[in-house]
Design a protein around this ligand. Structure first.
Ligand SMILES: [Zn+2]
Length: 246
């Protein structure tokens, strides 16, 4: 990942996705204060981005996706329960809000298509990443090996301890092993590693998948964390847009 300064705000970008002129993307941080769980933060973000629409959905830790069409309006998506947005429309932003869950981008440079996912453990167990990949294939004729992917920042294995029932769900699904650690009665899950492995198993090119090293729980200067801060935790956002004129 690399830093990008936008009018005094410190944003992050995936290295692999930065090389495509047809795509614009960034991840907000809390430096300086930009909390997307608040109306004020949203307004400030709209000022930073200018006139362009930002499409977000009502995220519910599920595996449903929605498509932003040419004539869609942001207001009709705000109350739509879903955890992923897909589009081929240019000039609008898609956004997902997170605070420990993984923000994920799938970008298809061949078909000029884009998907953003909010992937927490519940969504991942429900296969949100697999469903969105399938949807891109069906809707946009994307081939998995062409997709360029960014995963994270989210809670790291260092800090994501879960109960035995959740650990078992992951263990039952794991084909390679290594993403669930049982240590002295604790269970630690590597969500990013699990997602990476499942995508590669489906035919994604591992060299096109970048995983953010950051842990949202550990890095409190940069990120909001639901685990660390509780119910009132702020949210940061992954935003992406297909650029017009490409
Ligand atoms: Zn950590």
């Amino acid at each position: 990942m690399k830093e990008k300064n936008v009018v005094g705000y410190s944003f992050l970008q995936f290295e692999n996705l930065s090389s495509f002129p047809a795509l614009e993307h960034f991840i907000t941080t809390r430096h300086p204060l930009l909390d997307l769980s608040q109306e004020e933060g949203r307004k400030r973000l709209e000022c930073i981005l200018g006139e362009r629409d930002i499409f977000t959905v009502k995220q519910v830790h599920g595996a449903q996706w929605v498509v932003v069409e040419e004539h869609s309006f942001p207001s009709s998506f705000e109350e739509t329960q879903a955890d992923a947005l897909l589009t081929q429309r240019k000039g609008v932003y898609l956004g997902v809000k997170v605070a420990d869950c993984l923000p994920v981008i799938f970008f298809d440079p061949e078909r000029e298509a884009l998907a953003l996912l909010h992937a927490g453990w519940r969504g991942i167990i429900q296969g949100i990443h697999l469903r969105v990949a399938q949807a891109m294939k069906n809707l946009f004729s994307s081939s998995y090996s062409q997709l360029v992917v960014g995963i994270g920042p989210g809670i790291g294995k260092c800090c994501f301890s879960v109960g035995e029932e959740v650990a078992e769900l992951f263990e039952q699904r794991e084909r390679r092993g290594g993403n669930v650690d049982r240590k002295e009665g604790r269970f630690l899950i590597n969500l990013k590693g699990f997602l990476f492995d499942e995508l590669v198993d489906q035919g994604f090119d591992p060299h096109k998948v970048e995983v953010a090293p950051h842990c949202t729980f550990c890095e409190k200067e940069l990120f909001y964390s639901h685990r660390r801060e509780g119910e009132g935790a702020g949210r940061f956002m992954l935003l992406a847009s297909l650029k017009e004129g490409w």
